[in-house]
Write a protein that binds this ligand. Structure first.
Ligand code: NAG
Ligand code: NAG
Ligand code: NAG
Ligand code: NAG
Ligand code: NAG
Ligand code: NAG
Length: 523
């Protein structure tokens, strides 16, 4: 059991825990409050009295054999007004930077997200010296519109508009201030918690040493700026200056990528003798449409094979490159119209939610939930029409799966799989075919849970399905997710396959506090 620390942007509650205390409890009451980070007032989340249906998802935290706690629409019934629910899970083998966010009804547009730090125990080494201090930095696009208005607009068939701005830790320009001591080393845990905008993160006149992404230690390299796609998390070490000149502060910038209108989130790094707030030009990032920069940087992020990781074996002792692939899925993102309403698809299927969450339907054997489509393993061709369906991919425990995300659209995409990390083995322009497998990085690809796919490009991942349960695979773009771009992977458990090949462990039992809804309500 590792240690976990939650901080919440809108409650500003950082909870510090004793390093030997194995159980941590957080008591959240969730409500709205009015906030205006960019000068326009709207309802945002705070954690105080419960007024609405919600669920929380722990982005990137692998809930081992316990999708009951995943907090997405097909694993958990929503927590309704006046109700309470305790997410109860153990963090294992996973040290790193993650975040949580409200997962249903476009609630993410009202904030309510926060950082999750999973820290090492004292006897588990990390591959860098203890930093002087850590900062959680949550960057993301922000819309002044109320999330219910935004949801209604999506329901009517519109797309989300251009965001109104970029926030750093929930606040507008020059409001997020980080104090540096001369010469000290800081760990910055940065996550893109936004709805749809890839961001370039940089600090004026300071380099960032990349050390970790989503629970994996990376080869340590310096970057002057980092592209952080929606839903991704990184840790960097930043060494403060030995001297701060002329009482200067420094800008921290998160600027939008691949957008016609460049938006800027701005924070301030302040030194002890800084007398004035920073003014003047922001440090320049890469040109907004420089995809090459972004792809080259993504390819440069690799696994440090010699690092003892969160897992008991050093990372490099797990040779993913020598495992035979048991199944290949080619997943292509697309769109369709349901009447006049825009919807998003994967392989021609746009996900519709059944009346009972799939996890409960599975448990109570309401099997008709699963009959709607046999989900295709590869993209549909021109002679097949896209459809609505409840897409579930049935997979066997320990299948070693190869997934190719194909993006024929003109916008960058990001994908996430709950319950898993995967190796990002390839990323390239143009169409994918099997001959591309010869070009994969089968040695030191980074292992993470959220990956981008550039326009007219593909990204290939490999993952070992060693975590039983019902797991959500989704577009990290709030609009695409809300409008059907997701599916579930049902990784079968012990007894559903040859038990002799499976370690004697089973999925977590149904929680005693389970909330029931739909046709499971009275069961
Ligand atoms: C949570 O719900 C249970 C069951 O309805 C109830 O007994 C308990 O008092 C509630 N707890 C809080 C903190 O509201
Ligand atoms: C990999 O991690 C080890 C510590 O486990 C460290 O000494 C080494 O410098 C790292 N290598 C790179 C290339 O980052
Ligand atoms: C992988 O497949 C090849 C060819 O089918 C087979 O010879 C080899 O034993 C397999 N390796 C493993 C580790 O299963
Ligand atoms: C689908 O149709 C378009 C235009 O007619 C064509 O360019 C494309 O190659 C076709 N794709 C497939 C998979 O047949
Ligand atoms: C298109 O896909 C369908 C279903 O997989 C298949 O039956 C049909 O032969 C395909 N048509 C072409 C032109 O490839
Ligand atoms: C695979 O794609 C390459 C271009 O990227 C092409 O040259 C090659 O012929 C394709 N192979 C097959 C089997 O379609």
């Amino acid at each position: 059991m590792a240690l976990v620390l939650f901080t919440s942007i809108f409650a500003a509650a950082a909870v510090l825990v004793d390093s030997e205390w194995p159980h941590i409890f957080f008591d959240w009451t969730v409500t709205y409050s009015r906030r205006a980070p960019l000068g326009v007032d709207k309802q945002a989340f705070s954690k105080s009295t419960l007024l609405f249906n919600f669920d929380f998802c722990m982005n990137g935290v692998q809930l081992r054999r316990n999708s009951w706690q995943d907090g997405v629409q097909e694993t958990n019934c929503p927590i309704s007004p006046g109700q309470n629910w305790t997410y109860s899970f153990q963090i294992k083998d996973q040290i790193g930077s993650f975040f949580y966010f409200p997962s249903i009804l476009l609630h993410k547009a009202a904030g309510g997200y926060g950082a999750i730090r999973v820290r090492n125990r004292d006897n588990v080494p990390v591959p860098f010296a203890q930093p002087y201090q850590e900062f959680d930095i949550l960057i993301g696009d922000w819309f002044n519109a109320d999330h219910r208005t935004m949801r209604a607009s999506l329901d009517e068939g519109n797309s989300l508009p251009i965001p109104d701005g970029i926030l750093i830790n929930g606040v507008g320009p020059n409001q997020a201030i980080f104090d540096f001591e001369l010469g000290a080393i800081y760990r910055l845990r940065i996550s893109n918690v936004g709805l749809k905008t890839c961001l370039n993160f940089r600090i004026e006149d300071h380099l960032m040493l990349l050390v970790e992404t989503e629970g994996s230690y990376t080869v340590q390299q310096y970057y002057s700026s980092l592209d952080i796609h929606v839903g991704q998390s990184y840790s960097v070490l930043v060494t403060a200056k030995e001297q701060a000149y002329n009482g200067l502060s420094y800008y921290m910038v998160a600027s939008s990528r691949f957008t016609a209108l460049e938006l800027f989130g701005v924070g301030i790094i302040r030194y002890p003798d800084s007398e004035v707030d920073r003014f003047g030009l922001l440090p320049a990032g890469p040109p907004p449409y420089d995809y090459e920069f972004s792809v080259d940087q993504a390819r440069s992020i690799r696994w440090n094979l010699s690092t003892g990781a969160a897992r008991p074996n050093p990372q490099g002792s797990y040779h993913y490159g020598s495992i035979n692939i048991s199944r290949t899925l080619v997943l292509e993102n697309g769109f369709m119209y349901e009447g006049s309403r825009l919807r998003y698809t994967i392989n021609g299927v746009s996900f519709v939610h059944p009346d009972t969450p799939l996890k409960l339907a599975d448990y109570f054997q309401l099997n008709d939930e699963f009959t709607s489509v046999s989900f295709p393993d590869s993209p549909i061709n021109n002679s097949t029409l896209p459809t609505l369906g409840t897409s579930v991919i049935d997979a066997n425990y320990r299948d070693f799966v190869h997934i190719v995300f194909v993006n024929p659209q003109q916008h960058v995409q990001t994908w996430h799989i709950d319950g898993y990390n995967f190796f990002v083995v390839g990323m390239e322009w143009g169409p994918w075919n099997e001959s591309k497998m010869a070009t994969y990085n089968m040695v030191d690809a980074v292992s993470r849970s959220t990956v981008q796919v550039y326009p007219s490009s593909w990204t290939a991942i490999l993952t070992d399905l060693d975590n039983q349960g019902m797991w959500n695979l989704r577009s990290q773009y709030a609009e695409n997710w809300y409008l059907g771009q997701e599916l579930y992977i049902r990784v079968k458990g012990v007894g559903e396959e040859d038990p002799s090949t499976i370690p004697a462990r089973d999925e977590a039992p149904i929680p005693v506090n389970i909330i029931k809804c739909g046709r499971a309500k009275s069961l």
